[in-house]
Design a protein around this ligand. Structure first.
Ligand code: PNS
Length: 163
């Protein structure tokens, strides 16, 4: 039973995240999507909203025999990973610019907890420039999000702005 943690902010989940989850499902028996609770950041969506959207969009992806769960965590990722008896942390790398930050995190996590491996995965080229940060910026400035996030995410963003 190989279990991986896929950590992140997921504010909001993008098609790039879903692509990584689909690919991760080919490698692991279970993936826990772990949303970081970060009291220092003002998020667009609450943790509950992010969890709800993830649960909805996961129905639309190819999971094979992999069990995909959603959770949230606070504190050190490696402490959470050990508590979940995970073997690996999955992170998506889009471009070489991601690599430096990801390498630092992976090596720090390895120092803190040598039993957990970090696995870097590349999303499809179509998503190589997609990030939650840019999605929010484009949305807030009135740009089109089609193809970048699942339609329900775009709808939830529109609803939120209306309120
Ligand atoms: O989606 P993000 O914001 O790129 O995800 C970053 C995340 C959640 C993976 C990272 O911030 C993290 O692991 N935070 C938990 C705190 C921690 O363990 N920090 C030390 C990392 S070396």
């Amino acid at each position: 039973m190989r279990r991986a943690i896929y950590p992140g902010s997921f504010d909001p989940v993008t098609n790039g995240h879903l692509d990584i989850i689909e690919r991760g499902c080919k490698l692991f028996d279970e993936i826990i999507i772990a949303i970081l609770v970060n009291p220092e950041k003002q998020p667009f969506f609450s943790i509950d909203e992010r969890r709800e959207m993830l649960a909805e969009v996961l129905n639309g992806i190819e999971q094979g025999g992999c069990n995909v769960r959603i959770d949230d965590f606070q504190g050190l990722l490696v402490h959470y990973a050990v508590a979940q008896q995970a073997h690996a942390i999955v992170r998506g790398i889009r471009a070489i610019s991601d690599y430096e930050y990801e390498l630092q995190m992976a090596l720090m996590n390895r120092r803190l907890e040598p039993t957990i491996e970090t696995v870097f995965m590349m999303p499809a080229e179509t998503y190589s420039y997609v990030s939650s940060r840019l999605v929010k910026e484009v949305f807030q400035l009135g740009g089109e999000l089609e193809g970048l996030v699942p339609p329900i995410v775009e709808n939830r963003m529109k609803e939120k702005i209306k309120r």
